[in-house]
Design a protein around this ligand. Structure first.
Ligand code: MSP
Length: 519
């Protein structure tokens, strides 16, 4: 047997100074959809998420609540874990940077970098964004009016003794790597941004702080803690540098938001070069959600927090939230608006009126005309000739879109197939044909073809709508897929999406609507 292809996908690890919100749920939903898709293709998937728990702002947040940092991070990390469980994410591990497995390996990597003379002691004088835990160059600070680009808070002027990483040494190698590997950083606009910044010149970067008591100590100098960003980036390897997991490196994709591009596209690959480890294969940086037309901020108090997300789940269902996030979200280079009216209209158009309605039509007619048993499909129906070709094309478009993380386009290909079923029904009019007994073999062919195309569309939709599609599989008698999902979703997508696999004679069940229409 050929070994299974591995696929390693990560999300950023989230700061525990804020409670989980739409941003965290968004990136993790995208990663979950991609992970499920690869499992369905039979890959050995490792999907990693977790929490970033060190740094001054976490220590400050704990202090404000009268808790020790450890008590505080345990509480918030627990909230992230239980939220992610409630959202039914299928991550294989949840890394916390305060875990001993992480801390001990971080010290080992830093020690290696010191031994290779890639780290040295120096002095930093300049700007620091405390909210983002980020050193800011003079030029950027000036461009940002000496305020944080994310929170708008004034930057702090700091003077510190730090250990530095020789980032400048890797400038040419990195620029060359990005030039030679056009898909390494995606989307294209982000790649260009990174290249421009590298070509403007890279300075060495501080990787330790003396003011950050809540952190991993430098292995050679306990008076310094490892800078929280360096500590955090290492999570992608600390987790899998265990005996049973080390075959997952290099990661296939790091999925991130655009505001943390610099660390992932420049500092992280340079560290990997310095450690003599393969560079991860791809970085994909999405944009940001805004809320009802406005940027989300603490000052405006308009964050889509867990309770708001729960309201949507209660009103529309968890799958619908996944679908909205994945298809209407800021996956490309523009920001996207999370708005109730838009949510309801996407729900009605795509889920209720298209997927739900088509499923009802097919299952109801099979029950009405064939007693709920999938009919034979031997009789010739002219309009069917190109129909299975449509299914093939939709699958090919879907696979192509998925490979480029265009989840919106992938879902659109699946919907196109569902719409083709509706179009086929409208054209062939089985409900009219069924009025005469001699037409029943043709009605059989039509309904068989509808159910078969619906089966293929359901495979494309499962990563987006796992709960509802599992319900649909039960309706269509596809027990094999239900079993596969229980076995970590492992499947045989290539074979399963070939035409002609539903067996005539299979019971087709009528059920409650998958997506009841909302007013
Ligand atoms: N701890 C760092 C990441 C370290 S990774 C080695 C961090 N954490 S964070 O809690 O601020 O999470 C940032 C990530 O959350 C973004 O990169 C993005 O994935 C997600 N989002 C946060 N707000 C968001 C939106 N408004 N919209 C979409 N995603 C956003 O940075």
């Amino acid at each position: 047997m050929t070994p299974k292809k591995k696929f390693y996908i990560t999300t950023p690890i989230y700061y525990v100074n804020a409670r989980p919100h739409i941003g965290h749920v968004y990136t993790t939903t995208l990663a979950d959809i991609i992970a499920r898709y690869h499992r369905q293709r039979g890959a050995d998937v490792f999907f990693l998420t977790g929490t970033d728990e060190h740094g001054k702002k976490v220590a400050d947040a704990a202090h404000d609540r009268g808790l020790t940092p450890q008590q505080f991070v345990d509480q918030i990390a627990g909230e992230f874990e239980s939220t992610f469980e409630r959202f039914q994410f299928t991550h294989n591990d949840f890394i916390r940077t305060t875990q001993p497995r992480h801390e001990s390996r971080v010290q080992q990597y830093v020690k290696q970098l010191i031994d290779r003379d890639d780290i040295y002691l120096g002095e930093y004088e300049g700007w620091y964004d405390q909210g983002q835990e980020e050193y800011i160059t003079e030029t950027n600070a000036r461009d940002q009016n000496y305020k944080s680009a994310v929170s708008g808070q004034p930057l702090a002027k700091v003077q510190e003794n730090n250990y530095f990483f020789r980032l400048s040494k890797y400038q040419d190698q990195l620029a060359e790597y990005i030039q030679e590997n056009p898909k390494f950083i995606q989307p294209e606009a982000r790649r260009n941004e990174v290249l421009a910044r590298i070509n403007a010149g890279l300075n060495d970067v501080a990787i330790s702080r003396t003011t950050e008591a809540w952190g991993v100590p430098m292995p050679t100098d306990e008076s310094h803690s490892i800078y929280v960003w360096i500590d955090a980036l290492f999570n992608y390897i600390t987790t899998i540098d265990a005996d049973d997991c080390n075959h997952y490196w290099p990661a296939d994709v790091h999925l991130i938001g655009k505001e943390i591009l610099w660390f992932h596209a420049v500092i992280w690959p340079a560290i990997l070069l310095a450690l003599d480890r393969p560079i991860y294969k791809q970085l994909y940086a999405h944009s940001f959600w805004i809320h009802e037309g406005q940027k989300m901020s603490k000052t405006l108090g308009n964050f889509i927090d867990l309770s708001k997300l729960d309201d949507y789940v209660n009103e529309f269902g968890l799958d619908s939230l996944r679908y909205y996030l994945a298809t209407q979200g800021p996956i490309g280079t523009s920001d996207a608006d999370f708005a109730h009216e838009k949510f309801a209209s996407v729900y009605n158009a795509d889920l209720a009126n298209t997927i739900g309605n088509c499923t009802n039509r097919v299952c109801n007619m099979t029950n009405r005309y064939f007693g709920g048993i999938l009919p034979e499909h031997g009789a010739h129906v002219k309009e069917s000739e190109t129909y299975n070709q449509t299914a093939k094309e939709c699958v090919a478009q879907y696979v192509d879109a998925m490979s480029q993380f265009q989840l919106d386009a992938a879902a659109a290909s699946a919907l196109q197939l569902v719409r083709a079923i509706d179009g086929y029904i409208d054209k062939t009019q089985p409900f009219k044909l069924a009025k005469q007994a001699e037409n029943m073999p043709m009605v059989g062919t039509i309904l068989y073809n509808c159910a078969e195309a619906l089966r293929i569309a359901s495979l494309l939709l499962w990563p987006f709508l796992p709960i509802k599609i599992e319900q649909l599989w039960k309706q269509l008698g596809c027990q094999e897929y239900v079993d596969a999902v229980e076995n970590q979703g492992l499947g045989d997508f290539e074979n399963w999406t070939q035409w002609g696999q539903l067996q005539p004679g299979t019971p087709i069940l009528q059920a409650d609507p998958l997506f009841p229409r909302k007013k």
